[in-house]
Ligand binder design. Structure first.
Ligand code: KMT
Ligand code: FE2
Ligand code: NI
Length: 191
């Protein structure tokens, strides 16, 4: 796990999150999520241009129960209230459910908090798919292409509600922090 300061160049960070190469490993998401006391972020790379990625995506959706799917484009002229939306996405927040995004075009950065409460910057480009666990603090911004096309997945009816930090008493936050502590041998300075 690499923690970087907010202003540092983000190019190298993709490899610092838990990388799962084999779909079969997703059959045990809990094992993956708590593995080595990591923060519960899942990551895959599927090339959207390769036909076999369709099957892979299908397996991920089935394994995760991700029945809902839609697309979101972000960029000047691509969405109403673009600046306000981006501003909100870049405010540190959490959700009561997983946040699942598959990047089809363009790119951006997900910042997530590590156990010491430092940001980990995760670069997202075409083909990158990421699952943030419920309760993790995070934020998102575009890269210099100023454009991203994302597939959003969700279990059942989507709930996009975001809760800005602090959310110490939110059940999803408590559950997340509990999980981190349960599966960690090191002390969690930030909590
Ligand atoms: C545009 S997807 C990433 C932004 C985000 O954190 C969210 O949608 O909740
Ligand atoms: Fe979010
Ligand atoms: Ni790392």
């Amino acid at each position: 796990m690499v923690s970087i300061k907010e202003k540092e160049a983000p190019q190298i960070i993709n490899r610092c999150i838990q990388k799962i190469d084999k779909i079969s490993s997703y059959a045990q998401p809990d094992i993956q999520r708590i593995n080595e006391g990591k923060i519960g972020v899942l990551y895959w790379h599927l090339d959207p241009k390769k036909p076999e990625s369709k099957e892979e995506l299908k397996k991920i959706r089935e394994a995760g129960g991700y029945s809902y799917m839609d697309f979101l484009e972000l960029g000047p002229g691509k969405v109403e209230n673009y600046e306000e939306k981006l501003k909100n996405f870049y405010r540190e927040h959490m959700h009561a459910d997983e946040e699942i995004r598959y990047c089809l075009e363009g790119g951006g950065y997900f910042d997530v908090r590590d156990k010491g409460d430092s940001w980990i910057r995760i670069r997202i480009k075409e083909g990158d798919m990421i699952v943030l666990p419920a309760g993790i603090y995070h934020r998102f911004t575009l890269d210099t292409s100023n454009y991203v096309k994302l597939m959003r997945l969700f279990i059942g009816e989507p709930v996009w509600a975001a809760y800005n930090r602090p959310q110490d008493d939110h059940p999803a936050r408590k559950g997340y922090v509990n999980n981190l502590m349960k599966h960690s041998e090191v002390s969690l300075g930030a909590y």
